[in-house]
Design a protein around this ligand. Structure first.
Ligand code: ARG
Length: 262
């Protein structure tokens, strides 16, 4: 049941984001926008953020640059995608122009990823060319430990600004601060998810603030450390329903191994 909801939510994203470039306001179901409750930011403030897009420039997911040719994202962003049809825009505050667009040489996602439970929602892309660090392009460190509950983290992306009827079309990167909630607390009675939160996940919550559709795969960061990967949530910024992220500290070994072997 939960898997179905997540699937529907994320399928809706896939459809909503296919061909959104140049979309008009006419169709209320063509959603594009930002993080819920966030503010405009710049790529210079989050130079590890990248946009995954189709050849035609439709943004479909976020990602984080971890070295000269590796992007970390969510497995569900990569399932069913062909390498030749995925492009990465780096170094731009706007997802649809500026910076550089690089093709992808290889992609992989965790073999234990489950679209039913959303466990192990992590994947990587190897870029077709190496990118050097600049003021607007920078590698982020992978967390070695899950930050304790209450730690403030920042989530960024070009995803939807609200769950229903979002018609604004900002192209500008958005950021919002949220507090870490460890998976056990997230699965406890304090919140509404219950036992569907697993130990490869970490939650983050702040009233009326959240990641949303289109932010998937993107970074949840504490300073220059990647602690989470936007994965799923029931609706967005809903009362007592935190955003759910893949826990980078838990998935670190897989990420490092995939980074080296691909
Ligand atoms: N599955 C969504 C996507 O593909 C991400 C949803 C994040 N939702 C949330 N409430 N934090 O874009």
């Amino acid at each position: 049941m939960q898997g179905l909801v997540v699937l529907l939510v994320c399928l809706a994203v896939g459809t909503a984001f296919a061909g959104t470039v140049g979309v008009s306001n006419a169709d209320p179901f063509e959603r594009e926008g930002r993080i819920v409750g966030g503010v405009d930011t710049t790529i210079r403030a989050h130079p590890y953020q990248v946009s995954l897009q189709t050849k035609s420039g439709s943004h479909f997911c976020g990602g984080s640059l971890i070295n000269e040719d590796t992007v970390v994202t969510a497995a569900h962003c990569l399932v069913g995608r062909k390498i030749s049809k995925v492009f990465v825009r780096l170094g731009s505050t706007l997802y649809n122009e500026g910076g550089v667009v690089v093709a992808v040489r290889e992609l992989a996602y965790n073999e234990d990823y489950s679209s039913k439970t959303m466990e192990y929602d992590v994947g990587i892309l190897k870029l077709a060319e190496k990118v050097q660090e600049t003021e607007d392009i920078r590698y982020i460190e992978l967390a070695t430990e899950t930050p304790p509950t209450g730690t403030t983290a920042v989530v960024t992306g070009w995803g939807s600004k609200c769950y229903f009827w979002c018609m604004t079309l900002p192209k500008t990167l958005q950021e919002v601060s949220v507090d870490i909630v460890d998976w056990k607390t997230c699965a406890s009675d304090e919140y509404k998810y219950g036992e569907i939160i697993y130990d490869s996940m970490v939650c983050a919550y702040e009233k009326n603030k959240d990641a949303c559709q289109g932010d998937s795969g993107g970074p949840l960061a504490v300073g220059n450390t990647l602690v989470g990967i936007v994965s799923w949530g029931y609706a967005c910024a809903s009362h007592l329903l935190p955003g759910v992220y893949s826990d980078v500290a838990v998935l670190r070994k897989w990420i490092l191994n995939a980074t080296e072997t691909l």
